[in-house]
Design a protein around this ligand. Structure first.
Ligand code: FMN
Length: 375
Protein backbone atom coordinates (compact mmCIF):
# COMPACT_ATOMS: atom_id res chain seq x y z
CA UNK A 1 0.00 0.00 0.00
CA UNK A 2 1.21 3.51 -0.78
CA UNK A 3 1.86 6.24 1.75
CA UNK A 4 -1.29 7.79 3.27
CA UNK A 5 0.71 10.91 4.14
CA UNK A 6 1.15 11.46 0.43
CA UNK A 7 -2.45 10.71 -0.53
CA UNK A 8 -4.85 13.53 -1.48
CA UNK A 9 -7.49 14.88 0.87
CA UNK A 10 -10.67 16.85 0.19
CA UNK A 11 -11.12 19.98 2.29
CA UNK A 12 -14.64 20.97 1.30
CA UNK A 13 -14.41 22.70 -2.06
CA UNK A 14 -10.70 22.02 -2.56
CA UNK A 15 -8.40 19.04 -2.59
CA UNK A 16 -4.88 19.06 -1.21
CA UNK A 17 -2.42 16.72 -2.94
CA UNK A 18 -1.05 15.35 0.32
CA UNK A 19 -1.60 15.54 4.08
CA UNK A 20 1.32 17.83 4.95
CA UNK A 21 0.65 21.48 5.81
CA UNK A 22 3.12 24.22 6.49
CA UNK A 23 1.83 25.46 9.86
CA UNK A 24 1.23 29.19 10.14
CA UNK A 25 4.37 30.87 11.45
CA UNK A 26 4.64 34.55 12.35
CA UNK A 27 7.78 36.04 10.88
CA UNK A 28 7.55 39.45 12.62
CA UNK A 29 9.02 40.89 9.43
CA UNK A 30 6.16 42.93 7.95
CA UNK A 31 6.03 46.68 7.52
CA UNK A 32 2.77 48.11 8.95
CA UNK A 33 1.17 44.78 8.08
CA UNK A 34 2.58 44.63 4.55
CA UNK A 35 4.63 41.69 3.32
CA UNK A 36 8.31 42.35 2.61
CA UNK A 37 11.26 40.73 0.87
CA UNK A 38 11.50 38.35 3.82
CA UNK A 39 8.11 36.92 2.93
CA UNK A 40 9.11 36.46 -0.70
CA UNK A 41 11.88 34.03 0.20
CA UNK A 42 9.76 32.29 2.85
CA UNK A 43 6.68 31.73 0.74
CA UNK A 44 8.70 30.72 -2.32
CA UNK A 45 10.51 28.09 -0.28
CA UNK A 46 7.27 26.74 1.14
CA UNK A 47 5.67 26.80 -2.33
CA UNK A 48 8.40 24.43 -3.50
CA UNK A 49 8.43 22.40 -0.32
CA UNK A 50 6.04 19.72 -1.50
CA UNK A 51 3.63 20.40 1.37
CA UNK A 52 0.10 20.13 0.01
CA UNK A 53 -1.09 23.17 1.95
CA UNK A 54 0.91 26.26 2.83
CA UNK A 55 -0.77 28.31 5.56
CA UNK A 56 0.49 31.85 5.78
CA UNK A 57 1.20 33.23 9.24
CA UNK A 58 -1.30 34.84 11.63
CA UNK A 59 -2.45 37.91 9.74
CA UNK A 60 -4.05 40.73 11.68
CA UNK A 61 -7.54 41.69 10.58
CA UNK A 62 -7.10 45.03 12.31
CA UNK A 63 -3.98 47.10 12.88
CA UNK A 64 -4.51 46.82 16.65
CA UNK A 65 -5.01 43.07 16.26
CA UNK A 66 -1.36 42.46 15.37
CA UNK A 67 0.82 40.84 17.99
CA UNK A 68 3.86 43.02 17.20
CA UNK A 69 4.80 45.93 14.96
CA UNK A 70 6.24 43.30 12.59
CA UNK A 71 3.13 41.16 12.17
CA UNK A 72 1.48 40.65 8.81
CA UNK A 73 -1.91 42.28 8.30
CA UNK A 74 -4.78 42.34 5.89
CA UNK A 75 -6.47 45.54 6.98
CA UNK A 76 -5.42 47.93 4.20
CA UNK A 77 -5.14 48.13 0.44
CA UNK A 78 -1.36 48.38 0.83
CA UNK A 79 -1.32 45.11 2.81
CA UNK A 80 -3.42 43.44 0.14
CA UNK A 81 -1.20 44.67 -2.70
CA UNK A 82 1.96 43.49 -0.95
CA UNK A 83 0.51 40.05 -0.33
CA UNK A 84 -0.70 39.84 -3.94
CA UNK A 85 2.81 40.30 -5.29
CA UNK A 86 4.44 37.87 -2.83
CA UNK A 87 1.77 35.24 -3.44
CA UNK A 88 2.19 35.64 -7.20
CA UNK A 89 5.93 34.98 -6.85
CA UNK A 90 5.24 31.92 -4.69
CA UNK A 91 2.68 30.58 -7.12
CA UNK A 92 5.15 30.94 -10.00
CA UNK A 93 7.49 28.39 -8.43
CA UNK A 94 4.90 26.28 -6.61
CA UNK A 95 4.76 22.56 -7.13
CA UNK A 96 1.58 21.92 -9.14
CA UNK A 97 -1.36 21.25 -6.86
CA UNK A 98 0.04 23.21 -3.90
CA UNK A 99 -2.76 25.02 -2.08
CA UNK A 100 -2.34 28.26 -0.19
CA UNK A 101 -4.19 29.34 2.92
CA UNK A 102 -3.94 32.34 5.19
CA UNK A 103 -4.60 32.48 8.90
CA UNK A 104 -6.73 35.48 9.82
CA UNK A 105 -6.19 36.57 13.37
CA UNK A 106 -6.72 39.12 16.09
CA UNK A 107 -4.25 39.11 18.95
CA UNK A 108 -6.67 40.57 21.52
CA UNK A 109 -5.00 40.95 24.90
CA UNK A 110 -1.75 39.51 23.52
CA UNK A 111 -1.38 42.40 21.04
CA UNK A 112 1.05 45.30 21.31
CA UNK A 113 4.08 43.24 22.27
CA UNK A 114 7.71 43.18 21.23
CA UNK A 115 9.04 40.82 18.58
CA UNK A 116 10.34 37.63 20.26
CA UNK A 117 13.96 38.61 19.61
CA UNK A 118 13.30 42.01 21.21
CA UNK A 119 12.10 40.36 24.39
CA UNK A 120 8.51 39.43 23.58
CA UNK A 121 7.08 41.46 26.47
CA UNK A 122 4.52 44.25 26.31
CA UNK A 123 5.54 47.28 24.25
CA UNK A 124 6.87 50.06 26.45
CA UNK A 125 5.89 53.74 26.17
CA UNK A 126 8.84 54.55 23.89
CA UNK A 127 8.00 51.59 21.61
CA UNK A 128 4.72 52.95 20.20
CA UNK A 129 2.29 50.67 22.06
CA UNK A 130 -1.39 50.69 21.17
CA UNK A 131 -4.65 50.14 23.10
CA UNK A 132 -5.75 46.52 23.15
CA UNK A 133 -9.12 44.78 23.43
CA UNK A 134 -10.37 41.54 24.98
CA UNK A 135 -13.54 39.89 26.31
CA UNK A 136 -12.66 41.03 29.85
CA UNK A 137 -10.34 43.68 31.29
CA UNK A 138 -7.80 41.10 32.47
CA UNK A 139 -4.18 41.61 31.45
CA UNK A 140 -2.39 38.60 29.96
CA UNK A 141 0.18 38.72 32.77
CA UNK A 142 1.45 41.18 35.35
CA UNK A 143 3.06 44.12 33.56
CA UNK A 144 0.89 43.73 30.46
CA UNK A 145 -1.63 46.40 29.47
CA UNK A 146 -5.18 46.13 30.76
CA UNK A 147 -7.34 45.48 27.70
CA UNK A 148 -10.53 47.34 27.02
CA UNK A 149 -13.56 45.05 27.36
CA UNK A 150 -15.28 44.75 23.98
CA UNK A 151 -18.92 45.88 23.98
CA UNK A 152 -21.50 44.84 21.35
CA UNK A 153 -20.43 47.64 19.03
CA UNK A 154 -16.77 46.70 19.42
CA UNK A 155 -17.54 43.06 18.69
CA UNK A 156 -19.46 44.07 15.58
CA UNK A 157 -16.43 46.07 14.41
CA UNK A 158 -14.06 43.16 15.00
CA UNK A 159 -16.41 40.73 13.23
CA UNK A 160 -16.55 43.08 10.26
CA UNK A 161 -12.77 43.30 10.25
CA UNK A 162 -12.58 39.48 10.02
CA UNK A 163 -15.10 39.54 7.18
CA UNK A 164 -13.22 42.23 5.26
CA UNK A 165 -9.88 40.46 5.69
CA UNK A 166 -11.44 37.19 4.53
CA UNK A 167 -12.86 38.95 1.48
CA UNK A 168 -9.42 40.36 0.73
CA UNK A 169 -7.97 36.84 1.11
CA UNK A 170 -10.52 35.46 -1.35
CA UNK A 171 -9.75 38.27 -3.79
CA UNK A 172 -6.07 37.39 -3.48
CA UNK A 173 -6.86 33.85 -4.59
CA UNK A 174 -6.18 32.00 -1.34
CA UNK A 175 -7.72 28.52 -1.38
CA UNK A 176 -8.20 28.42 2.39
CA UNK A 177 -9.03 30.97 5.07
CA UNK A 178 -8.09 29.72 8.52
CA UNK A 179 -9.60 31.41 11.57
CA UNK A 180 -7.16 31.70 14.44
CA UNK A 181 -9.15 30.51 17.45
CA UNK A 182 -6.16 29.28 19.48
CA UNK A 183 -3.16 30.27 21.59
CA UNK A 184 -4.93 32.80 23.79
CA UNK A 185 -5.56 35.34 21.04
CA UNK A 186 -8.85 37.21 20.79
CA UNK A 187 -11.24 34.45 19.65
CA UNK A 188 -9.64 31.90 21.95
CA UNK A 189 -9.78 34.34 24.85
CA UNK A 190 -13.56 34.51 24.43
CA UNK A 191 -13.71 30.71 24.60
CA UNK A 192 -11.60 30.14 27.69
CA UNK A 193 -12.99 30.82 31.16
CA UNK A 194 -9.47 31.85 32.14
CA UNK A 195 -9.65 35.02 30.02
CA UNK A 196 -13.42 35.49 29.74
CA UNK A 197 -15.25 36.45 32.95
CA UNK A 198 -18.08 38.31 31.26
CA UNK A 199 -21.51 38.29 32.83
CA UNK A 200 -23.47 38.91 29.60
CA UNK A 201 -24.50 36.60 26.75
CA UNK A 202 -20.81 36.18 25.74
CA UNK A 203 -19.52 34.82 29.04
CA UNK A 204 -20.38 32.21 31.63
CA UNK A 205 -21.55 28.96 30.06
CA UNK A 206 -19.58 27.32 27.26
CA UNK A 207 -22.41 28.11 24.90
CA UNK A 208 -22.13 31.79 25.77
CA UNK A 209 -18.34 31.85 25.49
CA UNK A 210 -18.55 30.27 22.02
CA UNK A 211 -21.13 32.82 20.84
CA UNK A 212 -18.78 35.53 19.55
CA UNK A 213 -16.18 33.26 17.88
CA UNK A 214 -18.99 31.30 16.20
CA UNK A 215 -20.62 34.52 15.02
CA UNK A 216 -17.28 35.46 13.42
CA UNK A 217 -16.99 32.05 11.77
CA UNK A 218 -20.54 32.31 10.46
CA UNK A 219 -20.02 35.80 9.06
CA UNK A 220 -16.72 34.85 7.44
CA UNK A 221 -18.20 31.72 5.88
CA UNK A 222 -21.09 33.74 4.48
CA UNK A 223 -18.69 36.32 3.03
CA UNK A 224 -16.42 33.80 1.30
CA UNK A 225 -17.07 32.37 -2.14
CA UNK A 226 -18.09 28.70 -2.03
CA UNK A 227 -14.81 27.86 -3.77
CA UNK A 228 -12.77 28.92 -0.73
CA UNK A 229 -12.43 26.50 2.18
CA UNK A 230 -12.91 27.76 5.73
CA UNK A 231 -10.86 26.08 8.45
CA UNK A 232 -9.98 26.93 12.02
CA UNK A 233 -7.11 26.52 14.39
CA UNK A 234 -8.54 25.70 17.78
CA UNK A 235 -7.28 25.06 21.26
CA UNK A 236 -7.52 21.39 22.23
CA UNK A 237 -6.75 22.11 25.88
CA UNK A 238 -5.56 24.93 28.15
CA UNK A 239 -3.67 22.20 30.09
CA UNK A 240 -5.37 23.10 33.37
CA UNK A 241 -8.50 21.87 35.13
CA UNK A 242 -9.86 25.41 35.30
CA UNK A 243 -9.55 25.99 31.56
CA UNK A 244 -10.76 24.83 28.16
CA UNK A 245 -10.79 21.04 27.75
CA UNK A 246 -10.74 18.51 24.89
CA UNK A 247 -14.51 18.07 25.36
CA UNK A 248 -14.95 21.83 24.97
CA UNK A 249 -12.81 21.68 21.83
CA UNK A 250 -15.00 18.91 20.42
CA UNK A 251 -18.16 20.92 21.15
CA UNK A 252 -16.67 23.98 19.44
CA UNK A 253 -15.46 21.96 16.44
CA UNK A 254 -18.93 20.44 16.04
CA UNK A 255 -20.45 23.93 15.87
CA UNK A 256 -17.78 25.12 13.45
CA UNK A 257 -18.45 22.10 11.26
CA UNK A 258 -22.18 22.84 11.28
CA UNK A 259 -21.37 26.39 10.15
CA UNK A 260 -19.37 25.13 7.19
CA UNK A 261 -15.79 24.94 8.47
CA UNK A 262 -14.11 21.99 6.78
CA UNK A 263 -11.23 21.31 9.13
CA UNK A 264 -9.97 21.94 12.64
CA UNK A 265 -6.28 22.17 13.38
CA UNK A 266 -6.01 21.22 17.03
CA UNK A 267 -3.29 23.04 18.93
CA UNK A 268 -3.09 23.99 22.62
CA UNK A 269 -1.86 26.35 25.30
CA UNK A 270 -1.10 30.05 25.29
CA UNK A 271 -4.09 31.33 27.23
CA UNK A 272 -2.00 32.42 30.20
CA UNK A 273 1.64 32.21 31.18
CA UNK A 274 2.94 29.71 33.71
CA UNK A 275 0.79 26.71 32.82
CA UNK A 276 3.16 23.79 32.16
CA UNK A 277 2.70 22.10 28.78
CA UNK A 278 3.82 18.45 28.61
CA UNK A 279 5.50 18.89 25.27
CA UNK A 280 7.06 15.93 23.49
CA UNK A 281 6.68 14.11 20.18
CA UNK A 282 3.08 14.53 19.00
CA UNK A 283 2.00 16.04 22.32
CA UNK A 284 -1.13 17.61 20.83
CA UNK A 285 -2.28 14.47 19.06
CA UNK A 286 -4.59 13.20 21.88
CA UNK A 287 -6.87 16.28 22.01
CA UNK A 288 -6.96 16.31 18.21
CA UNK A 289 -7.85 12.63 18.05
CA UNK A 290 -10.61 13.31 20.60
CA UNK A 291 -12.04 16.11 18.47
CA UNK A 292 -11.87 13.91 15.38
CA UNK A 293 -13.57 10.95 17.08
CA UNK A 294 -16.35 13.09 18.57
CA UNK A 295 -17.14 15.23 15.53
CA UNK A 296 -15.82 13.59 12.39
CA UNK A 297 -14.40 16.93 11.27
CA UNK A 298 -11.23 16.71 9.18
CA UNK A 299 -8.55 17.11 11.83
CA UNK A 300 -5.06 18.47 11.43
CA UNK A 301 -2.58 17.66 14.13
CA UNK A 302 0.40 19.84 15.02
CA UNK A 303 3.13 19.91 17.62
CA UNK A 304 6.47 18.14 17.47
CA UNK A 305 5.65 16.14 14.40
CA UNK A 306 9.14 15.72 13.01
CA UNK A 307 9.55 12.24 11.56
CA UNK A 308 7.99 10.99 8.30
CA UNK A 309 7.03 7.66 9.84
CA UNK A 310 5.50 9.44 12.84
CA UNK A 311 3.35 11.53 10.49
CA UNK A 312 2.44 8.51 8.38
CA UNK A 313 1.42 6.48 11.46
CA UNK A 314 -0.68 9.29 12.88
CA UNK A 315 -2.79 9.36 9.77
CA UNK A 316 -2.82 5.62 9.14
CA UNK A 317 -4.02 5.01 12.70
CA UNK A 318 -6.92 7.46 12.31
CA UNK A 319 -5.71 9.94 14.91
CA UNK A 320 -5.53 12.76 12.38
CA UNK A 321 -6.28 13.42 8.74
CA UNK A 322 -3.44 15.87 8.17
CA UNK A 323 -0.35 17.11 9.92
CA UNK A 324 0.97 20.65 10.22
CA UNK A 325 4.68 21.14 10.72
CA UNK A 326 6.16 24.41 11.92
CA UNK A 327 9.71 24.19 13.25
CA UNK A 328 10.67 21.15 11.16
CA UNK A 329 9.75 23.04 7.98
CA UNK A 330 11.21 26.31 9.23
CA UNK A 331 14.46 24.43 9.66
CA UNK A 332 14.21 22.38 6.47
CA UNK A 333 11.60 23.49 3.93
CA UNK A 334 12.43 20.42 1.83
CA UNK A 335 11.29 18.05 4.57
CA UNK A 336 8.44 16.71 2.39
CA UNK A 337 10.85 15.73 -0.43
CA UNK A 338 12.89 13.68 2.01
CA UNK A 339 9.78 12.31 3.67
CA UNK A 340 8.46 11.12 0.32
CA UNK A 341 11.78 9.43 -0.39
CA UNK A 342 11.72 7.85 3.07
CA UNK A 343 8.17 6.54 2.68
CA UNK A 344 8.58 5.41 -0.91
CA UNK A 345 6.11 7.99 -2.24
CA UNK A 346 6.50 9.86 -5.48
CA UNK A 347 6.58 13.62 -5.37
CA UNK A 348 7.12 16.15 -8.10
CA UNK A 349 9.62 18.85 -7.32
CA UNK A 350 11.48 21.39 -9.41
CA UNK A 351 13.71 19.67 -11.99
CA UNK A 352 16.46 22.17 -11.17
CA UNK A 353 17.01 20.10 -8.01
CA UNK A 354 17.10 16.73 -9.75
CA UNK A 355 20.85 16.28 -9.52
CA UNK A 356 20.77 16.94 -5.81
CA UNK A 357 18.29 14.13 -5.34
CA UNK A 358 20.18 11.72 -7.54
CA UNK A 359 23.66 12.56 -6.37
CA UNK A 360 23.20 13.43 -2.74
CA UNK A 361 20.24 11.78 -1.05
CA UNK A 362 20.55 8.42 -2.71
CA UNK A 363 24.29 8.17 -2.28
CA UNK A 364 24.75 9.89 1.05
CA UNK A 365 22.01 8.04 2.89
CA UNK A 366 24.16 8.39 5.94
CA UNK A 367 22.83 11.98 6.16
CA UNK A 368 19.30 10.72 6.71
CA UNK A 369 19.42 10.36 10.52
CA UNK A 370 20.33 14.03 10.75
CA UNK A 371 17.26 14.98 8.73
CA UNK A 372 14.91 12.89 10.79
CA UNK A 373 16.06 12.48 14.38
CA UNK A 374 14.68 9.36 15.98
CA UNK A 375 12.79 9.51 19.24
C1 FMN B 1 8.29 30.92 14.55
C2 FMN B 1 6.90 30.42 14.89
C3 FMN B 1 5.81 31.20 14.60
C4 FMN B 1 4.51 30.75 14.87
N1 FMN B 1 3.44 31.49 14.48
C5 FMN B 1 2.19 30.96 14.55
C6 FMN B 1 1.11 31.60 13.93
O1 FMN B 1 1.24 32.62 13.24
N2 FMN B 1 -0.11 31.04 14.08
C7 FMN B 1 -0.31 29.88 14.77
O2 FMN B 1 -1.44 29.41 14.89
N3 FMN B 1 0.73 29.24 15.33
C8 FMN B 1 1.97 29.73 15.21
N4 FMN B 1 3.03 29.03 15.70
C9 FMN B 1 2.81 27.69 16.26
C10 FMN B 1 3.05 26.65 15.17
O3 FMN B 1 2.17 26.80 14.08
C11 FMN B 1 2.96 25.21 15.70
O4 FMN B 1 1.64 24.93 16.07
C12 FMN B 1 3.89 24.96 16.87
O5 FMN B 1 5.17 25.49 16.61
C13 FMN B 1 4.03 23.47 17.15
O6 FMN B 1 4.43 22.79 15.98
P1 FMN B 1 5.96 22.35 15.70
O7 FMN B 1 6.36 21.46 16.83
O8 FMN B 1 5.89 21.63 14.37
O9 FMN B 1 6.80 23.57 15.65
C14 FMN B 1 4.33 29.50 15.48
C15 FMN B 1 5.45 28.74 15.81
C16 FMN B 1 6.73 29.17 15.51
C17 FMN B 1 7.89 28.27 15.82
Amino acid sequence: MGSVLFSPLALGPITVPNRIAVAPMCQYSADDGSATTWHIQQWMQYAMSGAGLVVIEATGVERRGRITHGCLGLYSDANEASIASVLAAARRVAIPGTRFGIQVAHAGRKASTQRPWEGGGPLQVHEDPWPIVAPSPLPFAPGYAVPQELDEEGMTRVRLAFVRAAQRAARLGFDVVELHCAHGYLLDSFLSPIANVRKDAYGGSRENRMRFPLSVAKAVRAALPVTVALGARITGTDWTETGWSPDDAAAFAAELKALGAVYACVSSGGIAPGIPIPSGLGYQVPPGAHVRAKTGIVTRSAGHIVQPQQAEDLIASGQADMVALARALLDNPRWPWHAADHLGAKITYPPQFARAAADVWKVARVARPLDFPQS
